[in-house]
Ligand binder design. Structure first.
Ligand SMILES: [Zn+2]
Length: 193
């Protein structure tokens, strides 16, 4: 197993036939997950299309993650919690300024962009990821609240790629106050099987 340290990101390449297991090592830690076709960088994971094609906001085992071109990218083959988020963008400097009055803070957008520039790709101005283990509630009146993740140490999700070559970005989310990561940032583990 490899470790993504707290408040950092990682880029990796996987291929059809492999499986990607993402593990919440200590519990209550969100992993921002985004991906694009390694052979066509303009095709990428779309949280909005994933909601559209699954007809739901909560996806779990058996559900599919879709691209902006409405093509299946991954199937969720195992999921020990069933609570993940598809509506929040990656945390970013401006979000910390807005909610916490200081943007001088690590963020998932910066951490993932650092991984993208390391392979010569231009930065993304916004990333709408699949927020694995994030516990977002949508109330009847339309209000959205973020609750503490329900994950225990060792909870995991397994994703099966459905295209030949896919580049994956994962960040151990940097939000260290509020409920998002239970008020404490920890590591995320992953295994390519
Ligand atoms: Zn984050």
């Amino acid at each position: 197993m490899e470790i993504i340290k707290p408040q950092t990101g990682r880029i990796l390449n996987i291929a059809k036939g492999q499986l990607l297991k993402i593990i919440d090592l200590e519990g209550k830690q969100v992993a921002d997950f985004w991906a694009f076709d390694s052979d066509n960088h303009s095709e990428f994971l779309s949280a909005g299309v994933t909601i559209d094609c699954n007809n739901k906001l909560l996806i779990s085992t058996g559900d599919i993650l879709y691209s902006n071109l409405y093509r299946p990218l991954f199937e969720i083959t195992e999921d020990t919690t069933g609570l993940h988020d598809l509506i929040h963008p990656c945390c970013r400097k401006e979000m910390f300024e807005h909610f916490y009055s200081s943007g001088n803070h690590p963020s998932c957008l910066d951490n993932l962009n650092q991984e993208l520039t390391a392979i010569g790709k231009s930065i993304e101005t916004e990333i709408n990821p699949f927020n694995i283990f994030m516990n977002t509630r949508i109330l009847k009146n339309g209000k959205v609240t973020v609750e503490k993740p329900v994950t225990k140490p060792g909870d995991y999700i397994v994703l099966k790629p459905l295209i030949e070559h896919i580049t994956v970005l994962i960040a151990a989310c940097s939000v260290d106050s509020g409920n998002c990561n239970g008020g404490h940032c920890s590591s995320i583990g992953f295994e390519i099987m």
